[in-house]
Design a protein around this ligand. Structure first.
Ligand code: HEM
Length: 245
């Protein structure tokens, strides 16, 4: 039997005490492993600049979102291979959303003073985003996704232009193609924003911690993961112009 307490909450026995195993005073801390999580940033006495916390939190949380995105993309690729296009689309959407968050977080780095960041930069060693495990893992999923999509298209017996012209007749595949284009656009959007942030903080005529000139990052913004999904738009415009006279 629950009883009314003086603070108005129902007392159902001791619902606040932990029942899960592990370190931490509450089940919240035990389940989320907050002890470990919150010890993964340098304590103030080890920081060369207090903005190291901002820098580490932004990068660490990006790695977590990229981990989720990669997991969703692996499952999405498997579902496309098995023909479950709707469920695959949902996961592609989640991955695209995760990339949006990672892009949005770059705004936090714009809060760094370009001069004070130089202090942080000195303690990064050869640390560079090129070695980001999150981005490396995510990138590895892309060829499998592309291949799975192309196999589906082949099995349907149509080419990409026909898929877009007759979208209504192939709705599942068309929606999938568009979700993949969104994912690609988010990736490209991240690159553009990252380049702008880098240029704002360290400049656009310098080299990075691994020796890459920042202008190379500027050129990378044109890279796409699914080129055929972008090329088809050129073909549709050309076809429309041909047919229109
Ligand atoms: C103060 C903020 C940042 C600066 C100044 C910066 C700077 C750079 C520079 C100069 C490069 C070229 C490689 C090199 O020589 O180091 C690079 C590459 C890269 N950075 Fe950053 N970065 C910052 C934040 C981030 C964040 C938050 C992420 C997210 C995890 C990230 C991910 C990457 C990736 C994935 C690359 C490889 C380029 C690509 O694949 O397009 N960076 N960064």
């Amino acid at each position: 039997m629950s009883e009314e307490r003086s603070d108005g909450r129902q007392d159902h026995g001791n619902l606040r005490g932990p029942v899960l195993e592990g370190p931490g005073a509450s089940d919240y801390e035990r389940y989320l492993r907050t002890d470990e999580l919150l010890s993964l940033q340098k304590p103030p006495e080890e920081q060369v600049h207090r903005d190291e916390l901002l820098f580490q939190v932004t990068h660490q949380s990006s790695e977590l979102w990229l981990k989720l995105a990669t997991s969703e993309l692996h499952q999405a690729a498997q579902w496309i291979e098995e023909g479950s296009l709707g469920p695959a689309r949902r996961l592609l959407h989640r991955a695209a959303l995760a990339l949006e968050y990672v892009t949005e977080q770059l705004g936090m780095l714009e809060q760094l003073s370009p001069w004070e960041y130089q202090e942080v930069r000195r303690v990064l060693g050869h640390g560079s985003g090129f070695d980001s495990p999150g981005f490396a893992a995510l990138r590895k999923t892309l060829p499998r996704l592309e291949e799975a999509f192309e196999r589906r298209l082949e099995e349907t017996g149509i080419d990409l232009v026909t898929l877009y012209v007759d979208a209504g007749a192939h709705d599942g595949l068309y929606q999938l193609a568009e979700e993949m284009a969104t994912l690609d656009a988010r990736l490209q959007g991240w690159r553009v924003r990252h380049y702008r942030v880098v240029a704002r903080i360290i400049g656009d005529e310098v080299v990075g911690t691994q020796g890459t000139p920042v202008e190379v990052l500027g050129r990378l913004v044109h890279t796409v993961a699914f080129p055929t999904l972008w090329q088809v738009r050129n073909e549709l415009t050309a076809r429309s112009q041909r047919e229109g006279g």
